[in-house]
Write a protein that binds this ligand. Structure first.
Ligand SMILES: *Cc1c(COP(=O)(O)O)cnc(C)c1O
Length: 411
């Protein structure tokens, strides 16, 4: 049997050595955690850890104000609330994202509206967003999927033209740049997640940037994550002026965050290096569409996702995925199981048990087929794990394996 025979059919495996691994947490995190405990308080407002975490983050991002939260989903809800999104408003976002992107919209009793994506960069486009704008549109949540930035210039122009707030979902795009500017600093608010699967982890947690640089905007955003408590003066104001949840970050998360943030530059640079190498290695493979990085963009590759040109291959996407797994290269067919609007919540228009509200406030179309590019991406995508501990050899082996499988099935 030749060495070109797929491992799936008994041929030799491409990847025979283990992938590089490493420890994400160490003595730095332990030291910060101990210091947090020794403060004798784990409350962010009395301790110093969350404050320092945010201060370090602000310095890294070159911004004046940010607010810590208990999760990325919470960060998004806070930004949506601070942006003034409320009952019956429409918010345009991506159909391919974590469900955390839309949860805050619905908690504000606003309605998520989905705009289609670029087929190869998986980013939102100004063109597709503009088609979805109505007099009720209040905001856009931009998702920089997998660390690839959306083309922000035309999107910001659109937002200005229609007077819309722009919230950037940067849960997957730490230190990603668009034309030299960091994602999360371009729109009105930027939302980050520090859940355990992101570039950096505090177990769970999040950050909202307040990019207006306006102090009152910052106070409002801050209060929205803290039950509407206003802590800016020595006397805390507790008037409940409007609904605001408790999304506070604890000192334990802040402490780990301080140590994690010091590694962020290295993590993102290394992922960028590995991702670019992988991308370059796939440019001339028949049957494969490599991930298209946005022009003027710098990608921090939270994962790597290619799509298959299935008319050029004799296998299905799932067979390709299985064959690649057999070669020793772990991968998943697709990303999320289906576009967000295909989820039962949207198909049944049921955000709350026993209620159709707020979907009954208008005529909303979540029919299958409404974002054809996004649906096609999820049907043809292969997602590859990638992290900062991988070696150059790991990437070379991944390229060899993908090329081997694609060549075998090539029509
Ligand atoms: C992870 C993620 C979120 C949600 O963050 P959590 O911290 O898990 O709540 C939101 N949007 C995107 C794009 C994400 O990847």
């Amino acid at each position: 049997m030749g060495e070109n025979m797929l491992a799936l059919y008994g041929g030799p495996k491409v990847k025979t050595t283990p992938f590089g691994t490493g420890n994400r947490f160490g003595q730095d995190e332990a030291k910060e955690l101990l210091e947090a405990l020794e403060q004798n308080t784990l409350f962010y407002h009395f301790g110093e850890k969350v404050k320092k975490f945010l201060n370090d983050f602000n310095n890294l991002y070159g911004i004046k104000y940010s607010v810590a939260t208990s999760s990325g989903t919470a960060a998004l809800h806070v930004a949506i609330g601070a942006a003034g999104v409320s009952v019956g408003d429409e918010v345009i976002t991506s159909p391919i994202t974590d469900q955390g992107t839309v949860i805050g919209i619905l908690y504000q009793n606003a309605i998520p509206v989905f705009a289609d994506l670029d087929p190869h960069s998986y980013t939102m486009t100004a063109e597709a967003i503009e088609e979805k704008i109505t007099p009720r549109t209040k905001a856009i949540i931009i998702v920089h999927l997998a660390g690839n930035p959306c083309e922000m210039d035309p999107i910001m122009e659109l937002a200005k033209k229609y007077n819309l707030k722009v919230i950037e979902d940067c849960a997957q795009s730490y230190l990603t740049k668009y034309k030299g500017r960091l994602t999360g600093t371009i729109g009105d608010y930027g939302c980050f997640s520090t859940n355990d699967f992101k570039h950096i982890s505090t177990g769970d947690g999040g950050i909202v940037t307040v990019n207006s640089g306006d102090q009152e905007d910052y106070f409002t955003t801050h209060a929205f994550a803290d039950k509407n408590y206003r802590r800016e003066d020595s006397e805390v104001l507790k008037d409940l002026e409007y609904l605001a949840p408790n999304y506070r970050m604890t000192e334990l998360q802040g402490a780990v965050g301080i140590a994690q943030l010091k590694k962020l530059n290295w993590i993102c640079s290394r992922r960028n290096e590995l991702g670019e190498k992988l991308n370059k290695g796939l440019t001339s493979t028949k049957g494969i569409n490599p991930m298209k990085i946005t022009k003027g963009g710098w990608c921090s590759y939270w994962f790597y996702m290619l799509t298959l040109e299935t008319q050029q291959l004799s296998c299905s996407r799932d067979e390709f995925s299985e064959a690649l797994n057999a070669e020793g290269v772990p991968n998943q067919p697709g990303y999320i199981p289906k576009v967000l609007y295909a989820q039962p919540l949207f198909q049944k228009k049921q955000a709350y048990l026993n209620s159709q509200f707020p979907f009954d406030q208008g005529n909303y179309d979540y029919s299958i087929g409404s974002c054809p590019n996004a649906e096609h991406i999820l049907q043809t995508a292969i997602r590859l794990n990638l992290n900062e501990f991988y070696t150059n050899q790991d990437i070379d082996d991944m390229i060899t394996a993908i090329n081997k499988v694609a060549t075998y099935y090539s029509l």
